[in-house]
Write a protein that binds this ligand. Structure first.
Ligand code: BGC
Length: 423
């Protein structure tokens, strides 16, 4: 039976990317420093010029528009705005004004991130997000941004509040390379505080802007499908990684944060951003989760990141958010790193069908952002993984529109997945 899968009117279609991963020539943050040490990054790659989006943003935006995108998720690099403590670089403010004007000119609704894993070196030296008293610097950054960019409609200040605590402070694979459970908990708590600081600050200056959270949701498979014990253990881990962020922005509840903060943290979202890549699987030994796989045992093929593909997890996550939160939902990241673009095409279609299913079942999903528009710097994995719908030749900075981008363009134009496309 052939069928078209229509999306709601006004649905947003676009790509997502972050400042550091695409801009190039950022030499004043913790990642730049981290990359200088041999062994920290695969192949000892350095972000350097990356995709030079800083220099090529106008051309890129024109290309996104030609590909029928009507929105774009991007970011501001904190270390450009505040190269030193208490010092604002007005030329960089000007630069981002031009970026947002160009997005507007190309009819691309902008979703803007303020913190996507990178912090200025001076902030790092002060202890970064590990020190609660440092949050006042983040607040100052939010204030400068709020005053200077009233034109922005959608903010998602903190990208994935759980990832940096985990990768930087628990696994030690991102800067500053710490391995401590206490530090994980502390930084996660401060990330949630930083989110509410950003929410309250941005709304104070621009009450009409929409400020959301962007949360990465690995799907903890055994929480739902494991045996009794696995379900119990995995639920606890899921609470510590996924549920904690939902509870913070909706109920104002964060472990180890006194309840006096509650009112201040509660209801600090105007939309929920879901980032989704994969289902994770814990290997148990003597009842304890001793290892974590980024794929289910039934999945044989993995992406360049070693992650398995499990589209149903996106549906499950959207429905989970829908249960907890009555406002709008956006898929703010979903993508695959592969050298075989036919896999990307399939990935996009399969995941969009899951988004469609969730909408049919009442979820208020209003947009989908593929990660990533352009090939870009993949953190500790360097330049090897290719996430882009648009390929980048890092030697020449030439852009190559992949077939997946063309399929996405067709879907965006029609606001539907046609039966022809499925076939
Ligand atoms: C992050 C991106 C990253 C992507 C793929 C997301 O969690 O927001 O910065 O490139 O995952 O690893």
């Amino acid at each position: 039976m052939s069928q078209d899968y229509n999306f709601p009117n006004g649905f947003l279609w676009g790509g997502a990317q972050s400042a550091y991963q695409t801009e190039g020539n950022n030499y004043n943050n913790d990642w730049y420093e981290f990359e200088q040490k041999p062994g920290n990054i695969k192949n000892d790659d350095k972000c350097g010029e990356s995709s030079n989006h800083y220099g090529l943003f106008e051309k890129d935006h024109i290309l996104f528009r030609k590909l029928n995108h009507n929105s774009h998720r991007t970011g501001i690099e904190w270390s450009r705005i505040f190269p030193q403590e208490n010092k604002v670089d007005t030329e960089e403010i000007e630069h981002y004004h031009k970026v947002f004007e160009s997005l507007k000119k190309n009819a691309l609704k902008s979703f803007v991130t303020l913190y996507h894993f990178t912090i200025p070196i001076w902030f790092e030296r002060k202890g970064g997000f590990l020190k609660t008293k440092n949050l006042r610097h983040f607040q100052e950054y939010c204030e400068v941004i709020a005053k200077n960019f009233p034109e922005i409609e959608f903010w998602n200040p903190i990208n994935e509040p759980g990832v940096v605590p985990l990768m930087s402070y628990f696994y030690g694979e991102f800067p500053p390379g710490r391995k401590s459970l206490i530090a994980y908990l502390k930084v996660y708590r401060n990330m949630m505080k930083a989110h509410s600081i950003a929410y309250n600050t941005l709304k104070k200056f621009n009450p009409d802007s929409q400020v959301g959270i962007v949360k990465s949701f690995p799907y903890f498979y055994q929480k739902y499908h494991g045996n009794f014990w696995q379900r119990k253990v995995t639920s606890t881990l899921d609470n510590a990684y996924n549920q904690v962020a939902i509870d913070a922005v909706i109920k104002g509840k964060v472990p180890f944060v006194p309840s006096t903060y509650k009112n201040w943290m509660r209801d600090t979202i105007d939309y929920f951003g879901v980032n989704y890549y994969d289902a994770v699987y814990f290997r148990f030994k003597f009842g304890l989760p001793v290892a974590l796989d980024f794929k289910l045992p039934s999945v044989t093929e993995v992406t360049q990141m070693g992650w398995g593909v499990y589209p149903e997890g996106l549906y499950e996550n959207i429905m989970r958010v829908k249960e907890a939160y009555k406002g709008p939902i956006y898929v703010t990241e979903n993508g695959i790193a592969t050298l075989d673009d036919s896999k990307r095409q399939e990935f996009i279609l399969q995941h969009l069908l899951q988004v469609h299913k969730s909408i049919q079942e009442g979820a208020d999903v209003r947009g989908y952002f593929y990660w990533s528009t352009l090939d870009n710097w993949e953190w500790a994995e360097g330049f090897e993984p290719r996430f882009g719908m648009i390929g980048v030749d890092y030697e020449t900075q030439e852009r190559k529109v992949r077939d997946s981008a063309k399929i996405f363009a067709e879907i965006a134009k029609e606001n539907k997945i046609s039966s022809k496309l499925i076939q």
